[in-house]
Ligand binder design. Structure first.
Ligand code: DX5
Ligand code: ZN
Length: 220
């Protein structure tokens, strides 16, 4: 099923709770929360306390994208802050299988992300335990970058392997997703779409979300 997950990185942080509620009213499925530690990526955003502060402002599923060096240490903090899906990077320094296990044991859905230069096969050993694989379509760290079409082959490889094993794992794409790129990603096999600038930068967020959804549905 197609899901749209607006990234708050492009929102007005001074009214984050209201922005979250606005996304729910605009028809979003998830709220994408980009956590950056200034180590795994060259940028710092926010952590668990900020996520917790907006938990009661919306019923949206909290889709937490950890771009941090030691995710395993902080899984419980993000669970307690209200995360529903916790995605970490396979390139981080935490042991991947143990981190997935911890996320699932906490009662959250587990996602694993790969950067543009990381092979799809890196997540194959984890696939049976995952709810989602996040294929980055830009180098993580900043919003507003251009979509990298060369990452599409990895989505095809992953979708084929997920189907071969009879699993129901979502494939999420993140970075440069807009009305020009969403179809390419959907046609490759992605079904969860993160969009920062394309939703928060639009005059009408409801229309932006509806347009992304219908383009993705037609192309998937
Ligand atoms: C980038 C973040 C993205 C970012 C996407 O490292 O993971 O979620 O907010 O922003 P746009 O959609 O503007 O490329
Ligand atoms: Zn993200």
């Amino acid at each position: 099923m197609i899901k749209i997950s607006p990234s708050v990185l492009a929102s007005d942080f001074s009214v984050l709770g209201a922005e979250a509620a606005r996304m729910e009213a605009s028809g979003a499925d998830y709220l994408h929360l980009d956590v950056m530690d200034g180590r795994f990526v060259p940028n710092i955003t926010f952590g668990a306390p900020v996520i917790k502060s907006i938990r009661n402002k919306t019923k949206l599923i909290f889709d937490v994208h950890l771009m941090i060096d030691e995710p395993l240490k902080y899984i419980e903090d993000f669970k307690n802050a209200g995360a529903d899906i916790i995605t970490f990077h396979v390139e981080s320094s935490s042991p991947a299988a143990e981190t997935v296990e911890k996320i699932v044991a906490c009662g959250c859905k587990a996602g694993v992300s790969i950067k543009p230069k990381t092979a799809a096969e890196e997540v194959f050993p984890l696939l049976d335990k995952l709810s989602m694989v996040l294929v980055m379509t830009v180098e993580p760290g900043f919003g507003g970058q251009s979509f990298m079409p060369e990452t599409m082959q990895k989505i095809k490889t992953l979708r084929r392997e997920i189907e071969r094993r009879g699993l129901s794992v979502d494939i999420q794409v993140d970075g440069g997703i807009n009305e020009k790129t969403v179809e390419t990603a959907a046609a490759a096999g992605a079904n969860v779409f993160v969009a920062g600038s394309a939703v928060f930068g639009a005059a009408d967020a409801s229309k932006a979300i509806a347009d992304l959804r219908s383009l993705a549905e037609k192309a998937y």
